[in-house]
Design a protein around this ligand. Structure first.
Ligand code: ZN
Length: 218
């Protein structure tokens, strides 16, 4: 693949950024704009899903229906409903949770699930553990997947510097709105609607939440 990519290359251009975050944000946004054939991974996905507990049962929810940037208690980001359900199966397998209790399969009334008989389910379906114990184990296992809410009231400028090159990246709701040379120009970029963006979330989650990035409220 790499050799054929090279053979097809006619021209290479580059854009200078002031840091790695800016480079990653720019890459993701160019891939969304230009939809290159060979970048399958970073694409805008209208089917973006997550998991939310409804009456203690994980349900698949869609970013087209709710704002993932502000909705508390979402777990995991998935490209499809199928991927979300698959992740729930993995979680259940890792933590011996019950497919019946998670509504991944329907149990006959009064019957334990098959996985309980082969010890893959800890047995909430036959009284080996309480519903409360199962619920709190489910919650604990989901915690690692929790989607962090956008922690600011509005947009921020994230400043990166390399030698004499300074860039202020404008971000709102985990969505990258563009880069500017200074804060005044940056404020002018905060004018469009900014829905949740999965690429932005993945790139920015650590630098924004860890406090390692230079952030200014716009
Ligand atoms: Zn079970």
């Amino acid at each position: 693949m790499r050799a054929s990519l090279l053979r097809q290359t006619r021209r290479i251009s580059h854009i200078r950024t002031a840091g790695e975050i800016g480079a990653l944000l720019l890459e993701a946004s160019l891939i969304k704009q230009q939809q290159p054939l060979l970048n399958q991974k970073l694409r805008r996905n209208r089917q973006l899903c997550s998991l939310r507990l409804v009456d203690g049962v994980p349900q698949v929810v869609y970013s087209k229906d709710i704002n993932f940037a502000t909705e508390p208690s979402l777990y995991g980001l998935y490209a499809s409903r199928h991927a979300a359900i698959e992740s729930l199966h993995q979680l259940a397998d890792q933590h011996r949770l019950c497919y019946g209790a998670l509504q991944l399969e329907k149990l006959k009334p009064g019957r334990a699930c098959f996985r309980a008989t082969i010890k893959l389910c800890a047995g909430v379906c036959r009284g080996d553990e309480s519903c409360d114990a199962h619920a709190s184990r489910l919650l604990a296992s989901l915690e690692a997947l929790r989607v962090a809410c956008w922690p600011y009231p509005g947009a921020i400028g994230l400043t990166e510097r390399y030698e004499d090159h300074r860039q202020v990246h404008v971000i709102r709701n985990w969505c990258y709105l563009g880069s500017a040379d200074d804060l005044a120009q940056a404020r002018a970029l905060d004018v469009v609607a900014a829905g949740f963006d999965a690429d932005g979330y993945k790139i920015l989650c650590r630098p924004v939440l860890s406090g390692s990035a230079h952030i200014t409220l716009l």
